[in-house]
Each structure stands twice: as structure tokens, then as C-alpha cells.
Design a protein around this ligand. Structure first.
Ligand code: ZN
Length: 314
């Protein structure tokens, strides 16, 4: 991480693909992941270890993890909803696992069919299981606070609840916690306040990542606010693939190409070749002809005379 300033974590193969109707073939997923890794993306959340009955789009995740592990310089991440999922993820060889806990308990019950206590129990079991593994086989285990900035069912979410649930996740053995604006409700002021409050509770080094959606167009503003508060990992999705079932026409995660363009043009190092990334977008578009892709940089092209690493000082 030392040679880059910001780690862009691609979540399109998980968050994007699980939110659309098209089921991408295993070979297309592999092509996408390989091309993005070759463009310099260092971390990709490649899938989710959920029962295929619930999410048939993710049925091949173990196979995808094994493939992605063969690619150089790539951290292979996956989402796990529970202990069973975590065990499968570890067997497949993931480098990093994220377990989401909805701060809104109504959302948690609707999505995972679990109360907070039940999710925390799964976290405890996972952390205990990880301790039994050889150090070389232990994946990084992140507890993710989803709906941290608001919930489509409950509306406003209490910051106190975010803080106390984060503290519990750390206590139970998560390596770190991350914040998710699952619903695209956040604004930059709120982002800054919550990061500061949460860092006071868990420490600077235990909150490094932010997961943003661009539902209301505030995604990049929120990304910048996060960076200004010391966040160093930003999740994004190629072409903003994903959408939001509650906001027709809205994109999904913040768009990887636009995020990388912003960071690169500001002179922040991501390790990613923006031109190669734009080519990946074109390839993925041909794999998903019926799905809408979002973002501005691909459509508008790079500014005239743009050279990687930003414009520098005039
Ligand atoms: Zn998301």
C-alpha cells in the first residue's frame, strides 16, 4: 500500500452483479476481474458466499475466488453473511472477508433475517474460527456497518448505534470496521462527522474504508469528504453497475472510472492506469448488453492533453 495513496476496491462483481437481473457467466466474470487487475486495481470483491437459492448471480463465487487468487498483486475479497459463508470463503482461499451488519435492525431483519444479536453471534464464531487457523491462512476480517447513514425502511439511523455496534464488532474480534452508505443517503457533512466520532471509538487505524453509493449524485463529494478525514480505501463499481431498487434510474456504487479520474487528476496515486480502465468498461459493456452502465469519464473521454498523474502545477 505504501506506493499508493488511495486503495480503490472494486466491488462491481459482488455489489453490482448481485443487484441486477442478468447473471454474468463465470468466464465473463473472470475476464472482467483479470482485465481490471491488469489495469492496476489492487483489490476486488469478487463475490458473495450466500446460498445460490437466494442469489443465483453469486453461485460461482468459490470458483471465482480460486481463479482471482492466481492473479498477481491482487487482494481477493468476498462478502460473507454468516459463519457458514465465512467457512466457505476461507476454504476457497480469500484474502479478505467483509461481513455486513445493518445498523438499522429492521433492514437487518428484512435482508439477513437476523437481529443484531444474531449477527454479532455469527461474528464471534467467525473470529474464534479464524484464531484456530495457521497465521498464514488467516484472512483479514472486516465488520461492515451497512445503512450507517440512513435506511430505506427506518429513515434516520442513530450515530450512537453505529458507534456501539462498531465497538462490539471490534470487541468480538474483527480486524477493522468499515462504513457503508448502502442507501445513498449520506452527505459530506454527515460523512465527516461520523468518521470522526467512530475513529474516537475504534482508533484511526481500525477505520480505513468507506463504501458509497451514488443514488443521489453525492458519491464523489462523499468520497472526497472521506479522504479528508483520513479514509484510505474507497469501494466503487465499474460503470456504477448495480442500480438501486428503491430509486429508479439511479446508479449503484460510485463509478470506478470517475473515482479513479478524480484521484488521478488530483495527483493521488492509485496504481491504476485510467486508460486501461476505460477499456475494461468497454469490454464489460459487451458482456452486459441489457444493463445500464453509468459514469461520465468513459462517455466524455479524458481531457485534451491529459497525462496520467494529473495536470500538476501550472
Ligand atoms: Zn453497496
Amino acid at each position: 500500500m505504501s506506493d499508493i495513496d488511495v486503495l480503490v476496491s472494486e466491488v462491481g462483481p459482488r455489489d453490482g452483479l448481485q443487484s441486477i437481473n442478468t447473471i454474468m457467466s463465470t468466464s465473463d466474470k473472470k475476464k472482467w476481474i483479470k482485465a481490471e487487475a491488469e489495469a492496476g486495481v489492487r483489490e476486488i470483491e469478487v463475490g458473495s458466499f450466500v446460498p445460490p437459492k437466494l442469489l443465483p448471480q453469486m453461485a460461482d463465487t468459490a470458483d471465482i475466488v480460486k481463479y482471482a487468487k492466481s492473479l498477481p498483486n491482487l487482494t481477493v475479497a468476498a462478502l460473507v453473511p454468516n459463519f457458514m459463508g465465512a467457512k466457505n470463503a476461507i476454504d476457497a482461499g480469500v484474502d479478505k472477508m467483509c461481513l455486513p451488519l445493518s445498523v438499522s435492525e429492521t433492514h437487518s431483519k428484512a435482508n439477513l433475517r437476523k437481529t443484531h444479536d444474531e449477527v454479532l453471534e455469527e461474528i464471534k464464531q467467525i473470529a474464534e474460527y479464524i484464531k484456530t487457523l495457521d497465521k498464514s491462512e488467516r484472512p483479514k476480517f472486516e465488520g461492515n456497518l451497512s445503512t450507517a447513514f440512513g435506511c430505506t425502511i427506518e429513515g434516520k439511523v442513530s450515530e450512537k448505534d453505529v458507534i456501539s455496534l462498531a465497538a462490539k464488532m471490534m470487541e468480538l474480534g474483527c480486524d477493522e470496521v468499515g462504513l457503508s452508505d448502502t442507501t445513498g443517503y449520506a452527505n459530506p457533512t454527515q460523512i465527516k462527522r461520523l468518521i470522526r466520532l467512530l475513529k474516537q471509538e475504534v482508533g484511526d487505524n481500525n477505520l480505513t474504508s468507506m463504501h458509497l453509493h451514488n443514488t443521489r449524485g453525492l458519491g464523489l463529494a462523499n468520497a472526497l469528504a472521506s479522504l479528508e478525514e483520513g479514509i484510505t480505501t474507497l469501494d466503487s463499481s465499474l460503470g456504477g453497475i448495480g442500480g438501486c431498487p428503491f430509486a429508479p434510474g439511479a446508479s449503484g456504487n460510485i463509478v470506478t472510472e470517475d473515482l479513479v479520474f478524480m484521484l488521478d487528476s488530483m495527483g493521488l496515486k492509485t496504481g491504476i492506469d485510467i486508460k486501461a480502465l476505460i477499456e475494461v468498461n468497454r469490454m464489460v459493456k459487451t458482456c452486459l448488453p441489457d444493463e445500464e452502465l453509468y459514469g461520465f469519464t468513459v462517455d466524455s473521454g479524458l481531457p485534451k492533453g491529459y497525462s496520467e498523474g494529473g495536470w500538476g502545477a501550472n
